[in-house]
Design a protein. Structure first.
Ligand code: PLP
Length: 229
């Protein structure tokens, strides 16, 4: 039996994903450089994280603030060009920690959180990029602002709170064709005058790119299944 090292496996997967990105971007009249691969490192063991860094990956996504602090606070010091994206729901009492650690907060979806983020950025003298999370499927259990409110909310966050809103993100319902959700997000972002579209995960990133994704969030296809519960 041969064991595959995390480095060779992640490097191999990264190359396959990059080839997919190039093909899908081309189909959308864009180049591979127009799409950023966010390596979703949540629940992955240290050896895979270090292998991903060794493979040259620098943009990572995490969905929990505390877990991300444990994983990235020290590594951040060794990799000044690291870019960390928060892709999970954020409670207002964690806004300060999130602002301190993350370069991009992708899950801004309500007024109370906008207030907390603006206050924390001012207090820490840091300007972080924010994306508006849109609940494109109007699912009760899912975070995100409704599609109806998304454009006005993004303008409000810019104008009233002075937040640096650069785009929108969505997580389509698991049981629906994702394409229509990606198309909706693109329409909303265009209406709001925003360029960044964070959409597409391991199962649907090629579709997302064909529909205009500028950022894809890929975990299991890159790292392998998440072993930590
Ligand atoms: C976990 C997660 C991902 C990555 O999921 P995979 O299917 O492993 O690629 C992407 N986006 C969000 C918001 C996530 O929580």
């Amino acid at each position: 039996m041969t064991t595959v090292s995390p480095l060779s496996s992640i490097t191999e997967q990264r190359d396959l994903i990059r080839a997919d990105i190039a093909a899908a971007a081309k189909a959308d009249g864009r180049g591979a450089d127009d799409v950023t691969l966010i390596a979703v490192s949540k629940k992955q063991p240290d050896d895979r994280i270090d292998a991903a860094l060794e493979a040259g990956l620098r943009v990572f996504g995490e969905n929990r603030v505390q877990e991300a602090q444990m994983r990235w606070t020290e590594r951040r010091a060794s990799y000044p060009d690291l870019r960390l994206h928060l892709i999970g729901p954020l409670q207002t009492n964690k806004a300060g920690d999130a602002v301190a650690l993350f370069d991009v907060i992708e899950t801004l979806d309500r007024e109370k959180l906008a207030v907390s983020l603006a206050r924390e950025m001012q207090k820490q003298n840091l300007e972080r990029e924010c994306l508006i999370q849109v609940n494109t499927g109007d699912e009760d259990q899912k975070a995100g602002i409704t599609p109806q409110e998304a454009v006005a909310f993004s303008r409000h966050c810019r104008q009233t709170h002075g937040l640096n809103i650069t785009g929108m993100m969505c997580i389509p319902p698991v049981d629906e064709e994702p394409a229509m959700h990606f198309a909706l997000l693109k329409t909303l972002a265009a209406e709001a005058g925003l360029d960044v579209l964070s959409m597409g995960m391991s199962g649907d990133y090629e579709t997302a790119i064909r529909f205009g994704a500028t950022h894809i969030r890929v975990g299991s296809s890159l790292f392998g299944a998440r072993p930590m519960a």
